[in-house]
Design a protein around this ligand. Structure first.
Ligand code: SAM
Length: 262
């Protein structure tokens, strides 16, 4: 029988498996067998520690491996997330979101302090909540309507309401009046559904100026077609200063910076 290589997997299948088997990406533990896909991959070595309470459906992520000298010797940065696949693929935590969160933590709090930050396709809210923990002056975690409840629960559970808010932002529609032009845009694993590519680019275009810093972490699926749309409005370059890059790129995950063309 022919084995399907990860790169050849149908993105829709990827999404379907994630919904049917939401914990397959989690660290293997007795309570969540079925995660073996990643158990033997190097990727686990660059993901945060996972502690899952099956009764509460709460996943605790602990980010240990940061290199910010200011934080050496301090407690890990941790976050509690309600995970629930029923509202869609965004209800679980994807490796790209963990990798982008890890990168932000490695960059240290100076990178985000005082910045207005919007996360697109936040799902559980992970990346934006980490940005809020790191001192973003105001962070908006955004997604489609079915995800708003889980994001709101995660915002409250982590007590970040003072500098973070949940907003509905369906790509391609008008930017809500409550969201100003941000200094930083973050997006993790938002490239997987071809009809949404022009909508995502329209939203990026509406939110960004030539000065906006945009970090985009994605798993290679149908990405060539996405970049075909993106290149009309943005240029991009791979982020080279992440020491974990070699490991996650072997799993087809890439972290890039986008710049708006003026
Ligand atoms: C694979 S999940 C990634 C979730 C999260 N960023 C992570 O890395 O764990 C993709 C996310 O994009 C969101 N999304 C998909 N299409 C969207 C659209 N048209 N407008 C807004 N969000 C969308 C989904 O709801 C989902 O939360």
């Amino acid at each position: 029988m022919q084995t399907q290589q990860p790169d050849e997997r149908n993105p829709i299948d990827d999404e379907r498996y994630a919904i049917e088997e939401p914990f397959r990406y989690f660290r293997v533990g007795e309570e969540n067998a079925g995660t073996q896909d990643l158990a033997n991959t190097e990727l686990l070595s660059v993901l945060p520690g996972h502690h899952y309470s099956i009764n509460e459906k709460i996943l605790r992520l602990e980010f240990h491996n940061f290199q910010d000298n200011n934080r050496l010797g301090q407690e890990p940065i941790s976050i509690n997330l309600r995970v629930d696949a029923s509202p869609g693929c965004g209800g679980i935590v994807w490796p790209a979101g963990q990798i982008l969160s890890n990168y932000l933590i490695r960059k240290g709090s100076k990178f985000l302090q005082g910045k207005r930050i919007v996360e697109l396709g936040s799902g559980t809210g992970l990346v934006g909540l980490i940005a809020a923990k790191l001192g973003g002056s105001r962070v908006w975690i955004t997604d489609q309507a079915p995800l708003l409840d889980i994001m709101q629960q995660n915002l409250s559970m982590n007590r970040l309401q003072h500098n973070c808010a949940v907003a509905e932002l369906d790509w391609g529609t008008s930017i809500p009046a409550t969201i100003p032009l941000p200094d930083v845009i973050l997006a993790a694993d938002c490239v997987y559904f071809e009809p949404a590519f022009p909508l995502l680019v329209r939203t990026l275009d509406a939110l960004a100026t030539e000065n906006t810093q945009i970090l985009f972490c994605y798993k290679k699926r149908a990405d060539k077609r996405f970049f075909g749309v993106l290149k009309k409005r943005f240029t991009w370059a791979e982020v080279m200063d992440d020491p974990n890059r070699d490991i996650y790129s072997r799993e087809s995950i890439t972290l890039i910076k986008l710049s708006k063309i003026v």
